[in-house]
Design a protein. Structure first.
Length: 264
């Protein structure tokens, strides 16, 4: 996701590039959720972060140790739709409890089911899994709106369709909450394919697509998005709540219109 930001910026003319603003957080107000881990377990922790001193946290991040690189890395960050944080369960010494994010029979939904539900929000508007797994929240409603907006984006001149895609980022993280459920952080990948309705029409890439599409008109464009998601999951069979998600376009491709193909 970070690399794609650089790629997109490098595709813009110098005059269109926004000055780089480093993202930082206020250390004093950061809330750290450090799980007590057994020997041999992967080492990680979550943090609720605010970009301004004295402000409530607006992002949830996961930091994980990368032994092969001999360093810690931020492997996930989610913009929250609400500044009310889930109540993570802490022991007497202030440590959180890590629980299995996948194949956890003690939870109403695991990371794999949550990922399937998120993808359904994008691909069908939540008709299938999405509306069954999630109670309506700002985050889930935004995903459903992305789908509904796509249906009318081009009118009768074209189509815009979402689909799931191969997900390289299968790691997921979960912390026990005070109600016996869990805060689950995971990732997903989806595509958006825009296509003209018939020959004679073309899609003109926007300036933010230049790094991948080079201003060449296309018959169709397939965008790939990698996203980080956060959800609270109850212990019993009740709907989960999507509390935030953050996406980045990481690729775009598609066939040029015939006139450009012949020129090439």
């Amino acid at each position: 996701m970070s690399v794609s930001d650089y790629t997109e910026t490098e595709g813009l003319p110098a005059k269109d590039r926004e000055p780089y603003e480093r993202w930082s957080y206020d250390l004093a107000s950061a809330k750290l959720y450090i799980p007590r881990l057994a020997d041999g377990q992967d080492r990680w922790f979550a943090a609720a972060l605010s970009s301004e001193k004295g402000k409530a946290p607006s992002r949830l991040a996961v930091f994980a140790e990368q032994p092969q690189h001999k360093r810690w890395e931020m492997v996930s960050v989610v913009d929250l739709d609400s500044q009310k944080l889930p109540d993570v369960a802490l022991d007497r010494e202030g440590y959180a409890t890590a629980v299995a994010a996948n194949d956890n029979k003690q939870l109403a939904a695991d990371a794999d089911l949550l990922r399937t539900a998120v993808l359904d929000n994008f691909t069908t508007g939540g008709t299938n899994t999405g509306s069954k797994v999630f109670a309506p929240t700002k985050a889930s409603k935004r995903q459903v709106k992305v789908n509904s907006d796509a249906a009318t984006r081009f009118g009768d001149q074209g189509t815009s369709v979402f689909d799931g895609a191969d997900n390289r980022f299968t790691d997921a993280y979960a912390l026990k909450t005070e109600d016996g459920g869990a805060l689950v952080l995971f990732s997903h990948t989806h595509t958006q394919t825009d296509a003209v309705a018939h020959s004679g029409l073309q899609i003109n890439p926007g300036k933010e697509d230049r790094a991948w599409l080079h201003d060449v008109p296309r018959m169709s464009i397939r965008y790939t998005f990698v996203c980080n998601d956060a959800a609270t999951v109850p212990a019993k069979a009740e709907p989960s709540r999507l509390i935030g998600y953050t996406c980045a376009r990481t690729d775009a491709s598609g066939p040029p219109v015939p006139s450009w193909s012949h020129r090439a």
